[in-house]
Design a protein around this ligand. Structure first.
Ligand code: HPA
Length: 247
């Protein structure tokens, strides 16, 4: 039985070398996940894959049913999750197509279903979120990157924005003053929901572009695509190493 799941983001809607055993459509008390869970083996290790935006990439970041996704994974017996997220770089040393393993989060999202603890409470539950990512999983990702010969930046603060539009230059300036190193749209509430369910969760972030006002001109979709293609090649190599080392 698989204990490791991969949530693929923009640029990673399937795992290339996954030998697929079956796909399962799950139903949860929170509705439907983004798509069927894909169960398979990679390098002879069991793994479950879920495309966060759906297999046809049709679900925008603010419409993803994060609760159903995490609940469904937990239901299958998953204990650890590697989430792949595209980001824009705010810090100048994070170059497009770089891979970063963030260690902190600032949440700017709003009106998303962000908790499992909202009704029928016998006691109010406040999770500790001082360190939002699982340190064991972060270490594994960094070690996997080293094994794959890939430079992954070992930390940084992920600013989670509502989207789906990209930011203004002033918003990015504010985020930088806040201490954000990268900006994305899917990192929250996913990380907090994983913690609520007791899952060991970390993010493998790929820079798709320099954030608004940080590049030479407007953000071009063609550049994002190209950078994600390069970056996801690195992510696949890291994931394979991580899967071999865990499941
Ligand atoms: N902003 C927010 N989310 C993103 C970006 C960005 O510039 N690039 C990729 N995801």
């Amino acid at each position: 039985m698989a204990t490791l799941a991969i949530i693929g983001g923009t640029g990673l809607t399937k795992l290339k070398n996954l030998q697929i055993d079956r796909r399962e459509v799950m139903h949860t008390p929170y509705g439907e996940p983004s798509g069927a869970l894909t169960f398979g083996t990679l390098c002879d290790k069991d793994v479950v894959f879920l495309a966060r935006h759906g297999y046809g990439h049709t679900i925008p970041p603010h419409m993803v049913n994060y609760r159903a996704n995490l609940w469904a994974l937990k239901e299958t017996g998953i204990e650890r999750v590697i989430a792949v997220c595209a980001v824009g770089s705010i810090r100048p040393d994070i170059r497009p197509a770089d891979v970063v393993i963030p260690d902190q989060i600032i949440d700017y999202t709003w009106s998303r279903n962000h908790t499992f603890f909202e009704t029928d409470l016998t006691s109010v539950t406040h999770i500790d979120f001082t360190e939002p990512y699982c340190s064991e999983m972060r270490e594994l990702l960094l070690q996997s990157a080293r094994n794959a010969g890939i430079d992954a930046l070992p930390g940084g603060t992920y600013g989670a924005n509502q989207g789906p539009r990209l930011e203004t230059a002033a918003e990015i300036n504010r985020m930088q003053r806040d201490g954000c190193d990268m900006v994305g749209m899917t990192g929250m509430p996913e990380a907090a929901l994983a913690r609520e369910l007791g899952l060991c969760y970390a993010v493998c972030a790929v820079s798709a572009n320099a954030a608004a006002g940080r590049g030479a001109g407007p953000i071009e979709m063609g550049d994002i695509e190209q950078n994600l293609k390069t970056g996801m090649g690195k992510v696949r190599a890291i994931l394979e190493q991580a899967i071999v080392a865990t499941a």
